[in-house]
Design a protein around this ligand. Sequence first.
Ligand SMILES: CC(C)(COP(=O)(O)OP(=O)(O)OC[C@H]1O[C@@H](n2cnc3c(N)ncnc32)[C@H](O)[C@@H]1OP(=O)(O)O)[C@@H](O)C(=O)NCCC(=O)NCCS
Length: 264
Amino acid sequence: MTELLLVGASGLAREVLILLRNHPEYAPIGILDDLPGQRGTTVGGVSVLGSLDEVTRHPAARVLICVGRGEARARIADRLLALGVTEDRYVSLVHQSVEVPEGCRIGSGSIVLAGVVLTADVILGRHTVVMPQVTLTHGDRVDDFVTLCAGVTLGGDVSIGSGAYLGMNAAVRERVRIGPGAVLGMGSAVLENVPDRETWVGVPARRLRAAAGDPLPPEAAAVPPTTVPPTTVPPTTVPPAARPTLPALVVPVLRAPWPTGGIE
Ligand SMILES: CC(C)(COP(=O)(O)OP(=O)(O)OC[C@H]1O[C@@H](n2cnc3c(N)ncnc32)[C@H](O)[C@@H]1OP(=O)(O)O)[C@@H](O)C(=O)NCCC(=O)NCCS
């Protein structure tokens, strides 16, 4: 079994642990969280081992950051990098109900929950979180550290900048750009480009709040976009019979009876 450390004693970690239950290859060995007083508590039956510094005690463990806010994930990734956790240590977790068609790609450290639909040529960056029933359509481009809450729907060729947070059931019109660090309120219908770090709400969506004074964490702003062209993604060869036995997908475990895109 491959050891897996989760980072963040959060509701998202509980959801991830449900997907990992009885996984044939990955065993969660603990949760790391910097919040004081967490050590020794349990989340979803798994112990909080202590602060992020504990990661150095488990050099062979793979890592998954389970924190809902993308800017916080970016800060954590930066802190873990300083502790020696390079990008190849991260896994992605994709619910088995999610088809990843050829031409779609999911970056490392991403979490994609049940019922998410990727139609064609959808690119998800690193450390994205895509909650249940999100629909991503042709040509959508979602940069690193983005969070898409449950029920978000993107029209075709939408781009979402790094660290943006789209609240539940937000809908974005085709070809619209959501800037890095922007926030969309629950249920908003976005018809035009949203500038960096602004908060927009409503139907049609209007600006609720200008960009805050504090800048995006440099690691989120500086992360280069995921640039692997969809055409280089090899199809997987996992036999259809393997699929029903997997409670979840943690790369590099691959499953799907249909041709799939890449999941780092
Ligand atoms: C947009 C959002 C970030 C604003 O939060 P906030 O800064 O705490 O703002 P407030 O709740 O103080 O509301 C400020 C104003 O915006 C309005 N507002 C807030 N959210 C709104 C929304 N989604 N749609 C329309 N109006 C909204 C409030 O009614 C209030 O209006 P008022 O000043 O006229 O009374 C938040 O409401 C939101 O939608 N978050 C996403 C939640 C979500 O999807 N969670 C999923 C967790 S998994």
